[in-house]
Design a protein around this ligand. Structure first.
Ligand SMILES: Cc1cc2nc3c(=O)[nH]c(=O)nc-3n(C[C@H](O)[C@H](O)[C@H](O)COP(=O)(O)OP(=O)(O)OC[C@H]3O[C@@H](n4cnc5c(N)ncnc54)[C@H](O)[C@@H]3O)c2cc1C
Length: 385
């Protein structure tokens, strides 16, 4: 097959891959598209994974469409449980173990992987990272008959799972090295408000400490903290962060920094190869959230169907799914000068980060201030014009 007859190949069937295919089909019903995924290809909305108990959904109920239904609806060929192991950009082929598949254009939508801590002990098989529906299914299965869960990490995902597991009736301990929660997203005063709400729900926090060792006992697991404390639990979630999947891109010679580097047209450093979603670093920004990848998918679909389109991001605040303390935040860029200004109404907090020229550059709001989210977002400068 000549590469001009070869399909558009999309690696990954997460929200980025499937949204891109859906967007392409709005403009082009006939170009062949081949989607390749290492997982089962079922479509689901990843953010829902940390709300399973609140929504009273089993993992199977979180599947929106089975893989074969997606393939038919999008009119694509779909290879599931197939891992792309390399890219030959000279011959425009991707490598699948011992097979080679030609592409006309290649899109990397291969997500990110959970970071695993290097811990000691014989209980590590009971530590779960939850970054896709298959992980979540395994974790829910492991919860049957037990009720004590420890969560390592107090970022967005750790806090959301803490709230959700409490809703499911579990006894929850959160352990993290930071002094407050979501330090990358919230100023401490707002993080402390979230902690208080989760404590009121019954979540226990162990902050400023880390887990060093996990051992199996006759009755569950012993978690040894560096403070000397020992926690007795049944299962552990590791929610210590994600790392963009860049290995195959780097091995193929694509520019990689924190993610796979792409410009605002989502082009990598090699011709006819693009990237979007959690694996991508778009013009210097790694934004592992749904809204940015949707914007990227819309722009890239236009580019691939003949209307070259640059991505332009507005400011996109993050909603934290902790119903005990509804929170939204948009952290200020790391390199700006300014200060936080805090207003309270009863227990709710509005924290605004203003630059030296008094311009709003970031915010974090809880509770009744959530109704100001839209107005505050409009006041923020866009990430890209
Ligand atoms: C618990 C949780 C809650 C979240 N909540 C929110 C939220 O409330 N709001 C928000 O905006 N964001 C949220 N996020 C983040 C958001 O869900 C992600 O940014 C988004 O789903 C990433 O989609 P993706 O398609 O880029 O990656 P993924 O969904 O990870 O998809 C990657 C795909 O690539 C495939 N793949 C990887 N490597 C290979 C390979 N070598 N060969 C073949 N296939 C491969 C995988 O099998 C998979 O199909 C949350 C994330 C988690 C984990």
């Amino acid at each position: 097959m000549s590469t001009s007859e070869a399909p558009i190949v999309i690696v990954g069937t997460g929200l980025a891959g499937y949204t891109l295919a859906r967007e392409i089909r709005k403009y082009d019903k006939s170009t062949s598209i081949l989607m390749i995924t290492a997982d089962d290809g079922n479509s689901y909305s990843k953010p829902i994974l940390s709300t399973g108990f609140q929504k009273e959904k089993t993992p199977d109920e979180l599947v929106q469409f089975q893989a074969d239904v997606m393939a038919e609806r999008l009119d694509v060929e779909l290879l599931t449980r197939s891992c792309v192991t390399g890219i030959d950009s000279e011959s425009k082929q991707v490598l699948l173990d011992d097979e080679r598949v030609s592409y006309n254009r290649l899109i990397l939508a291969c997500g990110a992987s959970a970071i695993r801590l290097n811990l000691s002990g014989d209980g590590l098989k009971h530590v779960y990272s939850i970054n896709n529906l298959m992980d979540y299914r395994a974790f829910r299965h492991a919860l049957v008959g037990v009720d004590r869960v420890a969560i390592m990490g107090a970022g967005l995902i750790g806090c959301e799972f803490a709230n959700d597991l409490r809703s499911g009736g579990y006894n929850v301990n959160v352990i993290a090295p930071s002094e407050s929660v979501m330090p990358g997203l919230l100023p401490p005063i707002v993080g402390d408000r979230v902690i208080q709400s989760l404590r009121d729900e019954g979540v226990c926090f162990h902050l400023g400490v880390v887990v060093e060792r996990i051992d199996e006992t006759s009755d569950g697991l012993s978690l040894y903290l560096n403070s000397g404390e020992i926690l007795e639990v049944d299962r552990v979630i590791s929610a210590v962060g994600l790392r963009p999947n860049t290995v195959i891109a780097a091995e193929a010679g694509l520019d990689v920094a924190h993610g796979i580097c792409v410009n605002r047209r989502l082009e990598t450093s090699l011709p006819d190869i693009y990237a979007l979603g959690d694996c991508a670093e778009v013009d210097g920004h790694v934004l592992p959230y749904v809204q940015p990848l949707m914007s990227c998918a819309r722009a890239l679909a236009k580019t691939l169907t003949g209307e070259p389109t640059d991505i332009s991001y507005g400011a996109m605040p993050v909603m934290v799914k902790t119903p005990c303390c509804p929170t939204a935040a948009y952290p200020p860029p790391a390199d700006v000068h300014g200060s936080w200004h805090v207003e309270r109404a009863s227990e709710d907090i509005k924290a605004l980060f203003r630059g030296d020229d008094d311009k709003l550059l970031g915010f974090a709001i809880t509770g009744e201030f959530m109704n100001e989210k839209q107005a505050l977002t409009k006041e923020l400068p866009p990430i890209h014009n």
